[in-house]
Design a protein around this ligand. Structure first.
Ligand SMILES: C[S@@+](CC[C@H](N)C(=O)[O-])C[C@H]1O[C@@H](n2cnc3c(N)ncnc32)[C@H](O)[C@@H]1O
Length: 278
């Protein structure tokens, strides 16, 4: 355990950066940031010190802070994250913005590979705020992952449907008719297994990051299959890697979509490609 138990001393002697240390102290003590600043000489209790020691060690080993805290902010809301869910990224907020810019009352929307449910739940809650009634389904392949999405939906009060399925395989069980969705949105696993970036993401579920093929296996499957489940003039909107836009545009063309468009993220990287069926 640390030799120091005063707030100021813990921050001064921590090997982590100051922001991380403060966040972990706040987590271990439930103190607010203003309290930390106003009370630098406050001594932490033994229980708080034991917890802080443990979580500082986890952080030192490289565990992302969101997994230690058990949550991540997305679109101004707090979402539970666990080892079964990807930590939502800020780029995905842009995906939500794009869907919100085209959504209409009465639309039926599918979020494929929902993870902790951030896209589906945010869309539903933002539409509720606009009095825009939409029907949203969140789908994932992994029961433990989908459970986190459901928990988030319950905590945040979002009326979303949840489907456990390997992509579209079980959609027809819940939806006997075809051509159902106005918008299919997805941030699928798109990293190739030999991508150097994967090693920096070792705490996140591999199944959320890579297709174990070439990075395009899930994307191709979604593009190929989606038009059977879309209403006419329906959209597919996909988040992808910064260097994948051209190939994804070609896949959309090959499978008969039009109005194909790529949008850059806030870092000016190609990040989202969308297309429409006739
Ligand atoms: C990149 S994560 C996206 C999570 C969340 N939508 C987000 O944007 O933060 C991809 C998600 O796809 C899910 N997934 C992987 N393979 C799948 C499959 N065959 N069918 C359905 N979902 C799958 C993973 O479990 C994971 O939650």
């Amino acid at each position: 355990m640390f030799q120091h138990n005063r707030i100021h001393d813990i921050i001064k002697h921590s090997t982590l950066d100051t922001i991380d240390t403060k966040i972990l102290i706040m987590h271990a003590t439930k103190f607010t940031h203003s309290y930390l600043i106003a009370n630098p000489n406050k001594e932490l209790t033994l229980d708080a010190m034991l917890l802080l020691t443990e979580i500082i060690k986890r952080r030192q080993k490289g565990e992302p802070i969101s997994y230690i805290l058990g949550y991540k902010e997305f679109y101004g809301r707090r979402f539970k994250v666990t080892k079964d869910t990807l930590i939502p990224r800020p780029e995905t907020e842009l995906l939500v913005d794009i869907v919100l810019s085209i959504i209409k009352p009465g639309d039926v929307i599918l979020d494929l590979g929902t993870g902790g449910g951030v896209i589906a739940i945010t869309l539903k809650l933002e539409c509720d705020n606009l009095n825009c009634d939409v029907d949203i389904t969140a789908l994932d392949y992994y029961p433990d992952t989908l459970k986190v999405a459901k928990d988030n939906g319950d905590i945040l009060g979002a009326n979303v449907k949840y489907v456990l399925s390997n992509w579209f395989d079980d959609i027809s069980c819940d939806y006997p008719t075809q051509h159902l969705f106005n918008i299919i949105v997805s941030n699928p696993p798109y990293i190739a297994p030999d991508d150097v970036h994967l090693k920096d993401l070792s705490y996140e579920p591999k199944s959320a990051l890579t297709d174990n093929k070439d990075g395009y296996a899930h994307i191709t499957h979604i593009i190929k299959s989606a038009h059977k489940f879309l209403k006419s003039h329906g959209y597919v909107i996909l988040e992808h890697g910064y260097n994948q836009a051209k190939h994804i545009q070609e896949l959309f063309k090959l499978h008969g979509y039009d109005n194909i468009k790529t949008i850059k993220d806030y870092g000016q990287q190609d990040r989202i490609t969308m297309a429409r069926i006739l």
